[in-house]
Design a protein around this ligand. Structure first.
Ligand code: KG4
Ligand code: ZN
Length: 375
């Protein structure tokens, strides 16, 4: 069967087609096309919902058209070769979500195909189950039924959640962040240093040249039996460390005057090493917290694997640290992370989640739900 997946929850407009061999649960990526309005938001340090929604409207039809015409095996797909349409119906920005949801409803009615609503957070987990041509090695690295039960970590700009998966289709929420998400912490700290959204990739790039042990940042909620996260205190500590190093910043706050002073005085130009050290220390702290809490839960639940997903899973240190930690605790758990291009929002992960959690709905009854969470 073939599933068309549509994702428009935030600033990415994405459509993809998966070809699925149901006998062996093999999900082959036929196409994945993504347009982003990121460049329009980066200067403001975050997404502007109204602009994101307008851009979604502009891109949605060309993106779907391209996903059908431009496939990896060069064979265009017609609508009668599609067996189901999957769409993100939440969580996300209402204006953006509506574009995908209403388009999917229209196509479902027009083409007479089942419509499967998908929780975006599930999508990030199921990004791990997609087989791509570009990396044959991953063929051996897709989760199989014997890799369950598993712990899932969804770590993105808006979410940091731990879930328990008894098998490939069951997802139960266990813990989450009490305030900011891990990606949000990267983004806000990068903003303090004068960098545009998204901050995660920039911090990890600068961190390459830094000393991760230079600044001692706190590990929030360090108790071994607390699986919730908290990143807002870490952001404040990062802010204080920067202020302490540059006394000129002491009279400013994160919101007022900070960047102007930093830029005017060329603070980070004059002392690049401090910038690198700050980034390396922040990244290491976030990574350590994510790895420790996830493993604590994995050991407690005695699972066979850890499945990581969401934009922050594109962070190489995070995945490397997970793998190293697992090696030192052999023989389990196994670590799964999506290929980089499937870490951030995409239509393929929505089609994959629809396959494993298929609950088709009457198109006339589907409504976008910006507040949707784990069940
Ligand atoms: O999953 P995603 O594309 O969108 C949401 O659903 O939020 O995640 C975006 C988040 C941003 O916070 C971004 O800074 C973070 O993922 N991110 C990274 C990296 N690449 C993206 N964080 C750390 N390191 C990266 N390499
Ligand atoms: Zn996402």
């Amino acid at each position: 069967m073939r599933i068309l997946g549509i994702e428009t929850s935030c600033d990415e407009t994405s459509a993809a087609v998966l070809e699925i061999d149901e006998k062996i649960n093999s999900l082959k990526l036929l196409s994945n096309v993504t347009a982003t309005s990121l460049n329009l938001h980066s200067k403001t340090g975050g997404i502007i919902p109204e602009i994101a929604a307008r851009e979604q409207l502009k891109y949605i039809l060309p993106v779907i058209d391209e996903a059908l015409k431009n496939t990896n095996d060069k064979k265009p797909i017609t609508n009668d070769q599609i067996d189901a349409i999957a769409v993100t119906y939440g969580p996300g920005l209402i204006g953006s979500l509506l574009v995908g949801v209403e388009t999917a409803k229209t196509l479902s009615l027009l083409w007479n195909k089942p419509l499967i609503p998908v929780n975006h957070l599930y999508g990030h987990i199921y990004a791990n189950f997609i087989k791509t041509d570009s990396s044959p090695l991953t063929l051996n690295a897709l989760p199989s039924p014997t890799d369950f039960p598993a712990i899932g970590l969804v770590v993105s700009g808006g979410h940091t959640d731990l879930v328990y998966m008894e098998n490939q289709t069951s997802i139960k929420w266990v813990a989450g962040t009490r305030d900011d998400a891990a990606g949000e912490c990267f983004d806000k700290c990068a903003r303090l240093l004068g960098y545009d959204y998204p901050g995660g990739p920039k911090i990890s790039e600068l961190a390459l040249k830094g000393n991760p042990n230079k600044f001692k940042l706190p590990h929030p909620l360090p108790e071994a039996d607390i699986y919730d996260f908290s990143f807002s205190g870490l952001k404040t500590a990062f802010f204080r460390s920067t202020q302490q190093y540059f006394p000129i910043l002491r009279n400013s706050t994160a919101k007022i005057g900070w960047q102007e002073i930093a830029i005017e005085n060329k603070l980070f130009d004059s002392d690049k090493q401090v910038l690198y050290d700050l980034c390396a220390s922040l990244q290491k702290t976030i990574v350590d917290v994510l790895v420790k809490k996830t493993f604590n839960l994995a050991f407690k639940m005695d699972v066979k694997s850890i499945i990581i997903g969401g934009g922050v899973s594109a962070n190489e240190l995070l995945i490397e640290t997970f793998k190293q930690y697992a090696i030192s605790h052999m023989p389990y758990p196994k670590i799964f992370a999506p290929q980089k291009f499937l870490s951030t929002d995409n239509g393929a992960m929505i089609a994959a989640a629809a396959y494993f959690n298929s609950k088709p709905i009457d198109p006339l009854k589907l409504e976008a739900n910006p507040e949707l969470y784990f069940d």
